[in-house]
Design a protein around this ligand. Structure first.
Ligand SMILES: Cc1cc2nc3c(=O)[nH]c(=O)nc-3n(C[C@H](O)[C@H](O)[C@H](O)COP(=O)(O)OP(=O)(O)OC[C@H]3O[C@@H](n4cnc5c(N)ncnc54)[C@H](O)[C@@H]3O)c2cc1C
Length: 557
């Protein structure tokens, strides 16, 4: 594959320091403070896609960095904690306030400019509230709503960008998420298989700290020392010293806890910190060359073992075939889709002829050069046949509207699951979907599938397994039919988290910890790891005022 290959990330700095030096901001002013009865009109800001609801003493919508700093200082003066909220698409409750000031970044939504990146791509500068959909669509079309106000350098870059095809790869399914939120959660998705999560695309961040100072931090500028030590310069001179946690980061996708590795770039501490270390107000992110041609393919397999064997072969061909995503539909998932087709007919988004019970499907996104597409599809057919599949029974889609049809098919599953749960909730309002978000290292894939199947079948629960098999990151959705099954499902869910961690994986691979999955952090890193995370937080937020209740449960008020 040519153009979809992710370029190496290279920035060379002379001697990165281990000391972060935030600056004080002139002109910090609090924005309009919405409180008391006026808050009643803003109920939607107290909740997110987790459907949990919180409470706040006040709400602000800053429109510039001075107002963010002003709000933070005013909250400090009033003794209020601060919860950061962006597009509120999070499903772990991180943006749901547990009292204090709720600071929404949705009005900081401008794309500020463009420059050349350290490699063949570009860097785009945006405010935290810019929606992922807006950024990605602007890059794809070369049309930026705010470009009239850009500098000459940015506009010249835009002309060059328009001559090629570029892409901002992070894809957390929900494109209504905001850039600040995706960075705060290190969002990832199906295409993470080829492109990685959000982290490697973040080049620099502008962060307002809990004391109202501003940290402008670029990749390669500051690193922890060999022994993990780093420091934050204090306003009156002196330093507050900290140490990178000593826990071992899972060898899988992981969105739980502060990132930690030897001599790590200190920029990476903020990516995935879920609003507990600072408020990300702006970012510069990397664009990479986009593939010239895209194709979606669905392949069918007689059973789970064959689907896994195909996945393993695809992994070795990832770069050559330009495999962007490998997504799995287990036997129960196809059963549910078959039922959907029977009930809803053609409008179900599910084609008529799905293979019979026991079969599985693997969905692929491919991205390559136009001139190579036919050869890539030929190699894919050979691969399907080599693993024992039937290339005649694959669906493929190249034109945009055909690919859209396969995308609808792919998304029909979560939609059907939500419909099933909504039906059960009419009779049992306390029952919710139990959706896991766990990843294991490569060698654990067969083991974890067997674990899920045996435990759930033994318990007699209704469930589907689907998702990012390329990254060994499968979602189990347990569909309880009554409160007793709900309780049994919850117990299994917690047990899966322990098993997955024992396999070297993550119980929170992409949706974050937020306020709802804090017990998983203890399972993942143990009480010692949690204590090390608290020590990191104390460097940036010694009064523990940011993101109260997120990551660290007992702080909730
Ligand atoms: C249908 C659906 C599918 C989804 N699929 C995926 C998926 O595949 N992969 C995935 O990763 N996620 C997925 N998500 C979850 C969600 O979209 C992501 O977590 C997203 O990154 C959240 O962005 P947001 O702007 O909505 O953040 P919010 O929900 O507003 O906030 C999320 C967290 O980040 C913090 N935060 C937000 N903005 C900032 C900031 N500027 N500075 C500091 N902290 C901040 C908040 O305090 C909170 O803790 C899905 C959600 C939905 C509804």
């Amino acid at each position: 594959m040519g153009s979809a290959r992710v370029p190496e990330f290279r920035i060379t700095m002379e001697t990165p320091t281990h000391v972060l030096r935030p600056r004080s901001l002139n002109g910090a002013t609090p924005p309009r403070w919405i409180e008391g009865r006026a808050l009643a009109d803003y109920g939607k800001y107290l909740t997110d896609e987790s459907r949990h609801t919180g409470h706040a003493a006040a709400l602000v919508f800053p429109t510039c960095i001075e107002e963010v700093a002003g709000a933070v200082l005013e909250a400090r003066r009033r003794g209020l904690p601060v919860t950061v909220s962006n597009a509120r698409t999070g499903i772990a409750g991180g943006a749901v306030p547990a009292g204090g000031l709720l600071l929404s970044l949705e009005r900081m939504n401008r794309i500020r400019g463009l420059r050349h990146g350290p490699d063949v791509g570009f860097l785009v500068r945006c405010e935290a509230g810019v929606l992922l959909s807006e950024l990605q669509d602007s890059v794809a079309t070369g049309s930026f709503a705010d470009s009239a106000g850009w500098s000459d350098e940015s506009r010249a870059c835009l002309e060059r960008l328009r001559r090629g095809r570029y892409l901002y790869p992070p894809d957390p399914t929900e494109r209504g998420a905001a850039m600040g939120g995706t960075i705060a959660c290190n969002a990832s998705g199906a295409h993470t298989f080829l492109y990685g999560p959000t982290r490697p695309y973040v080049q620099s961040l502008l962060v307002v700290l809990a004391d109202g100072r501003v940290l402008d931090i670029g990749r390669g500028q500051a690193r922890a020392r060999e022994d993990g030590e780093f420091a934050l310069a204090l306003p009156g001179g002196g330093m507050r010293r900290g140490r990178i946690p000593s826990y071992r980061w899972p060898r899988t996708k992981n969105s739980g806890g502060y990132y930690a590795e030897p001599r790590m770039d200190l920029l990476d501490l903020f990516i995935g910190s879920e609003g507990t270390l600072g408020i990300i107000v702006g970012a510069e992110v990397r664009l990479v060359p986009a593939p010239e041609a895209n194709c979606a393919v669905v392949t069918f397999w007689p059973d789970e073992a064959a689907a896994v064997a195909f996945t393993r072969r695809l992994r070795t061909e990832r770069q050559d075939l330009g495999v962007e995503a490998i997504e799995y539909f287990g036997p129960n998932a196809l059963d549910l889709l078959r039922q959907r087709r029977e009930t809803m007919g053609a409008i179900s988004g599910v084609p008529e002829r799905l293979p019979g019970p026991g079969a599985c499907a693997i969905y692929l996104d491919l991205g390559t050069d136009t001139g190579r597409l036919a050869a890539v599809l030929g190699s894919l057919c050979e691969l399907v046949a080599a693993v024992g599949g039937d290339p005649e029974h694959c669906w493929s889609a190249m034109a945009r509207d055909e690919r859209e049809r396969l995308r609808v098919f792919r998304h029909a599953l979560p939609e059907t699951v939500n419909g099933v749960i909504a039906e059960v909730r009419r009779r049992h309002p306390g029952v919710t979907k139990l959706g896991t978000d766990m990843a294991v290292p490569d060698e654990g894939l067969e083991g974890v599938l067997a674990l899920y199947r045996s435990a759930l079948d033994r318990a007699g629960l209704h469930y589907v397994v689907f998702g990012h098999i390329g990254d060994n990151h499968l979602h189990v959705n347990i569909l309880p039919r009554d409160p007793a099954e709900y309780a049994a499902g919850r117990r299994l869910y917690e047990g899966f988290a322990r098993d997955v961690v024992a396999m070297g994986g993550s119980p929170a691979a992409e949706h974050g910890i937020g306020k709802l999955k804090t017990s998983f952090l203890t399972i993942l890193f143990g009480p010692e790891g949690l204590a090390e995370m608290r020590a990191v937080k104390a460097v940036f937020d010694p009064e523990s005022r940011l993101g109260v209740g997120t990551l660290f449960p007992e702080e909730a008020q």
